[in-house]
Design a protein around this ligand. Sequence first.
Ligand code: C2E
Ligand code: CA
Ligand code: CA
Length: 937
Amino acid sequence: MNNKQSRTNESISKNKFNPAIRMNYLFIFVVIIITLCFLSLGYSFDKYKRIASNEASILAESLESMLHSEHIVELEGAANDINKPEYKMLKNNLQHLAETTNPIQFAYIMRLVDNNIVILLDSEPVSSPDYSPPGQIYDEANPIFKRPFQTGQTILTPPISDRWGTWISALVPVIDSDSGQVIAIFGVDYSARDWQIKLYQQMIPDFIIVFSLLLFLVALLYTYYQKTILRALSDKLTYDEALYHSIFTQAPIGIALAKGNNFLLESEYGHANINPMFEKILDRPKSEISEVSWPDMTYSDDLKVDLEMFDQFKKGKTDAYTLEKRFVKPDNTIVWTNMTISKLMGLADEREMHLCLIEDITARKLAEHNLFESERSKSVLLSNLPGMAYRCCYDINWTMQFVSDGCFKLTGYKAEDLINNKNLSYNDIITPVYRQLLWNEWANVLRLRKPFRYEYEITTATGEQKWVMELGEGIFNDSDEVEALEGIILDISDRKTAEDRLLFTSEHDSWTGLFNRRYLEKILNDDAYSINPEKRALVCINLNTMYLLSLSYGFGYSQNVLKSIADTLSVLCNSKRMLFSSYEYRFVFYLKAYHTKDDLLDFCKELSDRISPIMIAERITGGIGILEINDDNKNDIELMLKNVLLATESSLKNDESDISIIFYDDEMSSQINREENISRELLQICDGINVDRLYLQFQPIVDLSKNKICGFEALARLNSEYYGNVPPNEFIQVAEKNKLIIKLGDIIINKALFFLRDLENNGFSNITVSINISAIQLLRNDFSDNLLEMIKRFAINPANIWLELTESIFSSNFDEINKIISRLKNQGMKIAIDDFGTGYSSLAREREINANCLKIDKYFIDKLLIYQPGETITSDIISMGHKLGHRIIAEGVEYASQLEYLIKHGCDMVQGYLISKPLNEEIAIEKLRVYNNGSDC
Ligand code: C2E
Ligand code: CA
Ligand code: CA
């Protein structure tokens, strides 16, 4: 229906249906009709009355004309009139008149005498009780009786009552024809009742007409009334129909009529029996719904219950039933419905058909399922939670509304003990010192709407202290007020213990049990920001030479010595002196509240005295460095520790036999800078920058048996950008410290091999080149392979290569080093033990060393100048070396006397300034040529 149409209908129905207006019209119509009826009746009545009056008057007048007025004149109005013939004649006339003229009851003649109405004669016989004798004054006469005397007109009176009854009288004046005067009135009385009856009798046709009219009106009204009722009924029906249709088609529930096992497509009146929602829910068109029976559309699991309930319903045991059931859609998916089956009331065959209402509750079912699942997993989660989940009020007692089962395991109290603070509140369980802190923390996070996380201790039912971690958050209502708090409380006691342990290990040295360097740094850092005016200092004891102990006797041994030193030093600790094991073989005292430098020195002496016996016994040396902490250095802890270590290292260099004590000063820092610069330069060289700054010099080695140069020792040189020539002792040590020696070593070997090839190219095919190899280099896995690879590349005879290893190398990893050496020797190379006699290996051990040669350290050669030949052991070393099958080279031969001694005692080779200083390549070759007279060795 379009809009326009609906509006028209609306306006029509407005007029049609406005009963108030209709009733008004109707009322007016009825009033008019009734009024007209009465008016018509009144009019007729008047008309009949007028006719009757006229007739009466005319009758009376005609009767009067029949009387002889001359007779009446004769009457005197006295008793003697009776005897007058006129009287008798007139009396007869009147009597005759009254008897024969039907409606007339009385006739009489009266005269006005002295303003009194006097009866002259009447129609009544003398014997009648109503007889009035002539001359009798009619004192009951109505004044109207006088009017004909005054007007000379006939008068019809209204009904007048007297002692004889109620009368209507026609009074005709009797006029004397001579004088023209009214001499008497002639009156006839009509019975008022008869008069009235007659009038009404005349009215009967009118009454009948009016009555018929009214009857017609009533019939009309009744018809109208019936029509109104019908129209109202029809309207109601239309409304009901519209309402039903709207609901049926638009209802959000599916509606269908069914008969037995089938839904009905249409009613016998053509109405649809299946609404669109029903089609939608079952996802089938209604034609299909009506063809497939409902048990066929029902999900198999739900069919049994449905059929049972339906059976009860059919038998009339229930009026209706509701069931949550599943229908199967054409695509075999399922729709969950809430179905109600009920009787179709008001129909003749109630049992035949029934109403089926379905509501799609798939979403609800899904939500229920999800809720169930989430509730289930929540409950699994809560019951397996290593702690307790809670919901509590935000009050000082933390009044619990919900507590999970984990409560008992965590606190030793049952959940119900805590709910609503039944037996105790959660606050009671919290260890008192944390209560206020916890409250403050919650207040803080709730204000910022942040999640809560806090660790604190609780006291369980058995009195045990437990560390817990609480994680939670506030629940806010619509007005932004805290409604509750929710979260979990976890037992973290184990973690705390582990943390404590970790903290201990992170702050302590595992071997000595002393605080470690990390903790020292932490404390120094903390103190750097304190405004304590106390003087502070670091005292570092450097026992670096202990590494030699471990080389000789193994790591375990040196660690035990270290432990006993740590124990000895620990005795000196007090609240102002803390002891740390800072680096390997180094201890640091952190001193506070001393007064002067002398106090520090006194302390250092004391500690030196305490550890000296151990150091002497173990043949280890040490140094003590002191660094005073001041405002300039207090913030750079790294530097502070480095500097105090530097002080110990320079104290180590002191040759004094006692442990020397050195204060850190600025000179030391410039030393540090030098080392750093050298290190940087070496790094550049390794990276291929300024490579020429590293070069080799070659020092001749003379074979005493032939007095010919048989080889050269390759000695590394560094021409520093900042410091000019830096001695190899210094830069090699820096390179070793920074592990640069590996790359640097390769460069040196490369250059040495280059020299060796030049020698060969110059015709010297059995001149050897000795290359110094650091321990770090040798112990690299790939050292041998690398070296052999290079030799191959240069196509050099490996027999011309000597490798010089310092004696101390052999103290550690003896077997492994011997293995490496053997391999190199097998390739034809020779091994020399450098600086022999300064290290720790005993001569007896040399036997086992797979070397070819011993280089006696300059120390022993120098001694030749001081002592008498018989007093030195140099000759012993030579003969011992020979006995062990090694050849002997003497280093640092500067004087002829030394050479003499060496020749005398059978030394094989010498090297020293006496013959030549280390030389650049060309000069070295030139020297060789000259010395050997151009021949090989
Ligand atoms: P070293 O292996 O004992 O080398 C012998 C040292 O004694 C050299 O000092 C040499 O110049 C010096 N010398 C030789 N004859 C005399 C003499 O008659 N009188 C005096 N006073 N000294 C003499 P240099 O070159 O300063 O080397 C010092 C140390 O540096 C070497 O001692 C060696 O341990 C190390 N070094 C030098 N070059 C290398 C290298 O390429 N690699 C490794 N790893 N170390 C090297
Ligand atoms: Ca050497
Ligand atoms: Ca040497």
